[in-house]
Design a protein around this ligand. Structure first.
Ligand code: VTB
Length: 318
């Protein structure tokens, strides 16, 4: 089991990245916002006592200078862990100062996070306390919605589905509308989308559907391992090169439907700090004297879910 001290360490790491990104909120420069978040997360991560291996990161070694897949992070003093991260989930959301940009990290037992290529993943996710298999990636949306409505004791028209607003989702959106459910179309940020589906009481979202980044899928699975819920993900491998990359990463069946336990297979700590305001977390407040952050941090070992509001003094250079 992971040292529980890592819970607060994880919070410090996402807080640092979120604060850096928040300074560039609404400036229309996605790359700059991402870059400062990456640098801040990298610096914060290297202060904590882990022997970390980045499994979900900013790309391959030739694509990213920092936080690339395979980079060893932390002081090297602690236990061997897998690290999955997205210093700024929602670059565009941040650049446009829109809702739900987050800074995210998952710290997991060594070897337990699924390494995936940087491709799309088809995803479906619902919250906890529902019968196993209530939704399935292979079912038509209408059937999933009917089953979900039945177990929730509501009608399909009472359900809200969260979907990334993309032309590729045109057919899915049509099917969900035909089935009679409401759709919350999000401009970006499907890690938040999945977490929202697992927090129906707070968000009004019952289910997440559609395709988004595969690395984001694994991070969302890590979150659901802690918070409870069901999720399935299947890689969308469009070219033979994509398939070869997946196989190279040890994925024997690239068309496999992955469950939460296969994407995050052991103890994990997941933290997300709001960069911009959102329905789950408030964004960073940059005051003259104090900086306020809000973080959701959870541990799969105990299922604890903490909401941490931190107010810290503004120090020179922060
Ligand atoms: C996806 C989604 C992310 O970017 O990667 C999306 O998983 C990019 O999708 O949460 P498109 O290629 O369709 O634009 C996010 O929304 C933000 O990083």
């Amino acid at each position: 089991m992971l040292n529980k001290q890592l819970t607060i360490d994880a919070v410090r790491v996402t807080e640092a990245a979120a604060i850096a990104a928040a300074r560039l909120r609404g400036r229309g420069d996605e790359r700059a916002a991402d870059q400062v978040a990456v640098e801040a997360m990298h610096a914060a991560l290297n202060k904590i006592d882990i022997n970390g291996n980045v499994v979900i990161g900013e790309g391959s070694k030739d694509e990213a200078e920092m936080l690339f897949v395979g980079e060893q992070v932390g002081t090297g003093k602690g236990e061997p862990v897998d690290v999955g991260l997205d210093p700024l989930e929602g670059n565009t959301l941040t650049a446009k100062a829109r809702l739900n940009a987050l800074s995210v990290i998952a710290i997991a037992e060594g070897g337990s996070l699924l390494q995936v290529p940087d491709c799309y993943m088809d995803k479906i996710a619902v919250g906890g306390d529902l019968p196993d298999g209530v939704v399935d990636l292979d079912n038509p949306p209408a059937e999933n919605l009917k089953n979900l409505a039945e177990v929730k004791g509501v009608t399909v028209s009472d359900l809200t589905v969260c979907i990334l607003d993309r032309p590729r989702h045109g057919s899915l959106i049509g099917k969900v509308r035909d089935a009679g459910a409401a759709i919350n179309l999000i401009p970006d940020g499907d890690i938040a989308g999945v977490i929202h589906a697992a927090n129906t009481d707070n968000t009004g979202i019952d289910v997440y559907m559609g395709s988004g980044g595969a690395p984001e899928g694994v991070l969302a699975a890590a979150a659901l391992r802690c918070i409870g819920g069901q999720m399935q993900g299947r890689l969308i491998l469009q070219t033979p090169q994509d398939r070869a990359r997946a196989i190279d990463m040890g994925i024997e069946d690239p068309y496999k439907k992955f469950t939460i336990d296969e994407m995050a297979s052991a103890d994990v700590i997941f933290a997300a700090t709001g960069v911009t305001d959102g329905s789950l977390l408030k964004g960073v407040r940059l005051g003259a004297r104090r900086i306020t952050t809000n973080t959701l941090v959870m541990r799969s070992a105990t299922g604890s879910v903490r909401w941490i509001k931190n107010q810290r003094r503004v120090c020179k250079g922060t």
